[in-house]
Design a protein around this ligand. Structure first.
Ligand SMILES: [Zn+2]
Length: 242
């Protein structure tokens, strides 16, 4: 008789963010979660579309408390419980805030992997969502820009903003620079001067943001940072950036 294989099923509990939800079969959802304890978790929420009660909290942006079962033999976990740990209703009443939160969750979604907790990405993402709840609408882009630069850094893909990535020449304090995402940061004039132009003040604000201080930044600067961060996450997702 062949030995019986014991498949171990483990029950896990974690705080989580919902990143994606796709209808599956007649009545299920397949969800992608960013969990505090396990990083990315894909799970099936059985009968979630039939019974509105059990998984009612399964909405993006809010901080969730989830329980799920993982087994060695399957990639897909089974979601057994979802509770609302911290509702962020202030996000759902503003389109600008919802779009900003959506951008951050997309950046994170392409970065996290299974069985790999990401404490910095976790903390930074939740901190941004909490700040978006409280901030004035005029502050949304600035908040997203600062958090985006930190998320990129936390993912290990931070842009070099202090010196040229090719020749290591230190950026002059008071002149504008060019930042090239595929090259990984600033490229000086002697090295081809490619990429997007940032003023000396914008560059200084970006450096401060990575260090954790969101100084006052204008809309143009915030949009530039968001653009750079989006390109960097996309390039790394495709394996193109250095
Ligand atoms: Zn150079």
């Amino acid at each position: 008789m062949a030995p019986r294989v014991r498949l171990s099923t483990q029950r896990r509990r974690s705080a989580a963010l919902l990143l994606r939800r796709v209808a599956y079969g007649e009545s299920d959802w397949i969800v992608q979660l960013f969990t505090e304890v396990d990083g990315a978790v894909s799970a099936i929420a059985r009968r979630a579309r039939r019974s509105s009660k059990r998984f009612a909290a399964l909405e993006p942006l809010h901080l969730l408390r989830v329980e799920y079962e993982v087994s060695d033999s399957r990639d897909l976990a089974t979601l057994t419980e979802v509770k609302l740990q911290l509702p962020r209703l202030g996000l759902t009443t503003s389109l600008a805030k919802m779009e900003a939160a959506g951008s951050a969750l997309r950046w994170v979604r392409g970065t996290i992997t299974r069985n790999t907790p990401e404490p910095r990405l976790w903390a930074e993402t939740n901190s941004l969502l909490d700040r978006l709840v409280l901030c004035d609408e005029t502050q949304v882009l600035a908040k997203l820009a600062g958090a985006g630069l930190r998320l990129l850094d936390a993912a290990g893909w931070g842009l070099e903003l202090g010196q040229c990535v090719r020749c290591a020449k230190v950026c002059p304090e008071n002149s504008r620079v060019r930042i090239d995402v595929p090259a990984g940061g600033v490229v000086c004039r002697h090295c081809g001067s490619v990429g997007k132009v940032a003023s000396s003040l914008q560059r200084r604000r970006f450096v401060e943001a990575v260090e954790g201080v969101d100084g006052p930044i204008d809309t143009v600067g915030a949009k530039l940072a968001i653009d750079l961060v989006t390109s960097a996450f996309e390039a790394h997702g495709r394996g193109e950036a250095t």
